[in-house]
Structure formats: C-alpha cells, structure tokens
Design a protein around this ligand. Structure first.
Ligand code: SAM
Length: 226
C-alpha cells in the first residue's frame, strides 16, 4: 500500500519528464559524460596546453614532417589547415578542407545554425598543395572518395562540432584508415557530439586506437590507428 502511494506519482512525473525533449537530451548527455570521463581515464597520454601545442607535439612525436594526406572537416577561416600546410613543407603532402562555408547546418549547444558562416568564401591559402571541397559533407564526401586510395599517412582533422556531421565523416572514412593514420578531434569534450560520434562509429567499425595526445581538459584528442 505504502509502495503504491509512491510509485504512482513518481511514474506520472517520470512519464511527463520523458515527454520533454530537453529532459531526454540532458539525461542522455549525463550518460555520455560518464562514458567520456571513463574513456579519458582509460587512455592516459601526453598533455599539451592548447591546440597549436598539441598539433606541434604530435607532428614532432609522430614524425608528421614527411608526406601526409591532411583531410579536414570543418574549415571556417582556415586557421587549422593553414597551420598544417605551413608546418609540413613536404612537396608531396596534400591538404584538403571540406566545408559548406555557410556555418553549422544545425544548432550546436548554445550556438545557432549558421554560426561560423563566411558566406561561402573559401580561405585564401596560396599553397598549390591545398584544396577545398565546398558543400555539405553529406553531399560531397562520397563522390570525392570514389576511386580514391590513400597512399600517404592520413591525418584526419575533425572540427565540425556536430554529432551528425562527425558521424557521417567517420562512417565513411574509418574503413579506409590504416595502421599509423591519425585522427584529431577538435571538440572531443563535446561528449554529446564528437565523442558520441566516435563511440557510435567505432561500434559499427571496431578498430584499435592509441591516444597520442590531448590538450587541457581533453578538449582536443589525437588518436593513432594501431
Ligand atoms: C568550428 S568551425 C571549424 C574551425 C576551423 N577548423 C578552424 O580552425 O578555425 C566548424 C565548421 O564546420 C562546418 N560544418 C559543420 N558541419 C558541416 C557539414 N555537415 N557540412 C559542411 N560543413 C560543415 C561549418 O560550416 C563550420 O565552418
């Protein structure tokens, strides 16, 4: 009798809460945060203070001064792709940046759709090794990949922030990666987005990774295929 007094109203409140998309999102977020903290604790690796220190540290430690295929998803004004092109001078390296250049295609956390728009303008990087593929990844990547084989070490820079965008890229690219290739997540700490996409994609394509570096608070993480 006492039990029924409790369970009825509790069940009613729970059902009401479950109807709220915000509540469901928060509840799922808590689970992914737990997974994220557990994952980080299980993958100790060298810490760098910030993004460029992390780039420099993995470029030096992983010997990324030879020929690489740097592929970036999420270019915006080109800060990160420019850094890689300026810091890897090998004539056979290639640098390809994918972006719609119209900003985020969906709301992301507190940022509305369209944030990071540069009104379609592609960065001006006067380096013939650098190319841009303009459009939504979902419209451009599959065609771009058709008939393409990676022969150099791949460095994949994932900086699209969103779960949907990152998941799409990973599902298409993970099966093509080989031992020694690197993935850098720019917003790994966004456990509801990039980290969730990583977990979900590696459920579909189980692969072994070694964490080779992270920056403060695990905002960014670099992983190597082993
Ligand atoms: C955080 S910004 C990239 C920042 C950049 N790497 C830098 O160093 O400044 C995220 C970018 O991802 C792009 N983006 C996100 N999802 C996309 C998608 N599905 N297709 C195309 N572009 C996308 C947005 O247009 C935006 O420019």
């Amino acid at each position: 009798m006492q039990k029924r007094l409790w369970t009825k109203p509790a069940g009613f409140v729970f059902r009401r809460l479950c109807r709220s998309p915000n509540f469901r999102k928060r509840a799922i977020g808590v689970l992914y945060e737990f997974e994220f903290r557990t994952w980080c604790a299980a993958h100790p690796c060298e810490e760098s203070p910030g993004r460029l220190d992390l780039f420099r540290s993995i470029a030096d430690r992983e010997g990324l001064h030879g020929p690489i295929d740097f592929i970036e998803f999420g270019v915006f004004r080109g800060e990160s792709i420019r850094w890689w092109a300026e810091n890897n001078r090998h004539p056979e390296s290639t640098f390809v940046g994918f972006d719609c250049f119209e900003g985020l295609p969906e709301d992301w956390e507190s940022l509305p759709k369209g944030t990071f728009s540069v009104a379609g303008a592609v960065p001006d990087i006067p380096d013939p090794r650098c190319r841009f593929v303009k459009g939504l990844f979902q419209h451009t990547l599959v065609d771009w990949l058709e008939g393409r084989r990676f022969t150099r070490q791949v460095v994949l820079h994932l900086d699209a922030d969103l779960y949907s965008s990152t998941l799409f890229v990973l599902v298409n690219l993970l099966p093509r990666l080989r031992k020694g290739d690197l993935l850098i997540f720019d917003e790994f700490v966004g456990y509801f987005h990039e980290f969730r996409a990583f977990l979900d994609a590696t459920t579909a394509f189980p692969m072994e990774f070694e964490a080779v570096g992270h920056d403060a608070d695990w905002i960014r993480v670099a992983l190597k295929v082993v």
